[in-house]
Design a protein around this ligand. Structure first.
Ligand code: BDR
Ligand code: CA
Length: 310
């Protein structure tokens, strides 16, 4: 039996690979894509989702636009990492797929209502849409099996010394979603920095030889170049698809059940994720937090998924 998934994202180079993995993995039934402002403006992230689904031949998956700014803060796109249009590198072909007329929150509601079994909500951007959904439709959460989020870190951040970008972009949303008490899994930088788009990875993806793989290699070349400049890392971490791998293959990503709190204030700590791995706060565990990933299995999964696309 396949796993019904709704993917909320802000494409974004690594979000694209999350979309492709979700669409191309045989165990995942990708039911809907919703977009949020994050890596770029909502207009860009929504356009990019349409582009990468169109070119990969992902049809029958509605794409709806969500929040164009965080709950209480201003939008602060990551142009230095993803480029001015959030998908720097390749020339973007005109998308053949349209945006769904429903706003994202309605598409999330309808997707949950239509599902016969609970749906896994995977979020690979700021948690704005998910927080707004939980606030607007509190009676519809019973159909959410789990929320799996790329964000946060058990260690240091990347947007600020202590805060990871998705968490830093909308800390109030992250805190609200964690506090909602639904099953919640955080896949943070401590794990996503293990999956690096090295030269060997690029070679293997290029060797797949389809349109999606060629476009993917161009994306990764750009992503590697900005990571080199911004972070001094010659190979970029492919953060977002780790959430999909965790959902698709039990055990591929290891997690611990622990206490997670999101900082909202402090001089430099808004968005920092406090992961109480040693139980020093003596608070009840409220999240599953990723601690390790099988790197070779992850890349095999992603390459196999890309092979099934156009
Ligand atoms: C996260 O921030 C974005 O730049 C990426 O798409 C990923 O979701 C990594 O910190
Ligand atoms: Ca993202």
């Amino acid at each position: 039996m396949t796993i019904p998934v709704l993917l909320d994202c802000d494409p974004g180079h690594d979000d694209v690979f999350a979309i492709w993995l979700a669409a191309g993995h045989p165990e995942i039934d990708l039911r809907a894509i919703t977009t949020v402002g994050g890596n770029g403006t909502l207009a860009h992230t929504t356009h990019n989702a349409r582009v990468v689904c169109s070119l990969a031949g992902i049809t029958g998956v509605p794409i709806a636009a969500g929040a164009d700014h965080p709950l209480v803060r201003a939008l602060n796109p990551a142009a230095h990492i993803h480029g001015a249009n959030a998908l720097g590198g390749p020339r973007l072909p005109e998308p053949t797929l349209d945006t769904d007329p429903r706003p994202a929150l309605e598409l999330i509601r309808d997707t949950l209502d239509a599902a016969t079994e609970p749906v896994v909500v995977i979020a690979t951007g700021p948690l704005t849409n998910i927080a707004l959904f939980l606030r607007s439709f509190p009676d519809r959460t019973g159909k959410i099996r789990e929320i799996v989020w790329m964000g946060g870190s058990t260690g240091r951040g990347n947007a600020t010394p202590y805060a990871e970008f998705n968490s830093w972009a909308d800390p109030e949303a992250a805190a609200a979603v964690v506090a909602a008490g639904l099953p919640f899994t955080m896949v943070g930088l401590n794990v996503t920095h293990q999956v690096l788009a090295t030269a060997e990875v690029l070679e293997r993806i290029a060797a797949i030889g389809n349109r999606t793989s060629a476009f993917g290699v161009e994306l990764l070349r750009f992503f590697n170049s900005t990571y080199e400049v911004a972070e001094g890392m010659p190979a970029a971490p492919l953060h977002d698809p780790v959430t999909v791998a965790l959902t698709a293959v039990p055990g591929l990503v290891q997690t611990v059940h622990t206490r997670l709190d999101v900082e909202l204030t402090g001089t430099e700590t808004a968005g920092a994720t406090s992961v109480d791995l040693h139980g020093t706060l003596r608070r009840p565990p409220n999240a599953h937090v990723a601690t390790n990933v099988d790197v070779a299995a992850f890349w095999r999964l992603l390459e196999d998924a890309i092979r099934t696309l156009n």
